[in-house]
Design a protein around this ligand. Sequence first.
Ligand SMILES: [Zn+2]
Ligand SMILES: [Zn+2]
Length: 280
Amino acid sequence: MKVKIWGCRGSLPAPGPETVKYGGNTSCLEVRLDDGTLVVFDAGTGIRRLSRALDPDPPSTIHVFLTHLHLDHLLGLGFFRPMWKPDCKLHIWGPSSAMRTLRQLIERYLSPPFFPLQLGDVAESLEFHDNPFGECSLGSATITGEFVTHQGPTVGYRIEENGRSFAYIPDHEPARDVDLQRRSPEWISGFGIAQGVDVLLHDSQYSEEEYNQRIGWGHSSIHHAVSFAQIAKVGQLVMFHHDPEHSDDELELLLKLAVEQWGGAANPPILGYEGMELQI
Ligand SMILES: [Zn+2]
Ligand SMILES: [Zn+2]
């Protein structure tokens, strides 16, 4: 399968000259399964450019898996043109709440006064799949969803196809109230999703100093991201969900710290950037 990053910024879009290299658009991944099926992970502002790349003939069926409904993962959905095409079937997967379905939750944003159109205008071409936990099959791929520690219901995903795998956990605080090294792995949030994958795209939002002032906000420090990747024995850590306050230069300083912590082992961490393509 092939993965392309269309947005890897966290929390808020951060366009500007200081973020040109790694990009200012928020979370969005395009995944092409081996049979050509298009699967999109998260609908942050990066999805607008994916939408343009699909014009004028998007696939007739598209799956969009949302990790959660914070706006940095949802803001672009209304600008994903296939959504408004009656001849395109869009499957939207994501967590709901005890009180509202996934559709009702998304409708709160995609309706006036927050958005000029309403989901009801395209009711026929949308299908919602609440709480995609456990395994589901798409073509020759298996997608596994599991709750991970963040703010509010949030899913981490593992995608496996023909013996290759990657995990996508963009918003994650596995080390809240716990020392990762001292806990047995099966009790670490997200471990089951990430264990042994070839590639892990993981929350790497904060420096240690920043994290210490933001404990419980739902994100990882660089140290936590690297520790988590090492414990899960992943092949390649791709640092993701960059803080909007971090310039390209600052991200490269954080990368240096991550590589140091990796300690000379093979395939040290790399920074995700807009336009990055991974053949997995
Ligand atoms: Zn986020
Ligand atoms: Zn979030």
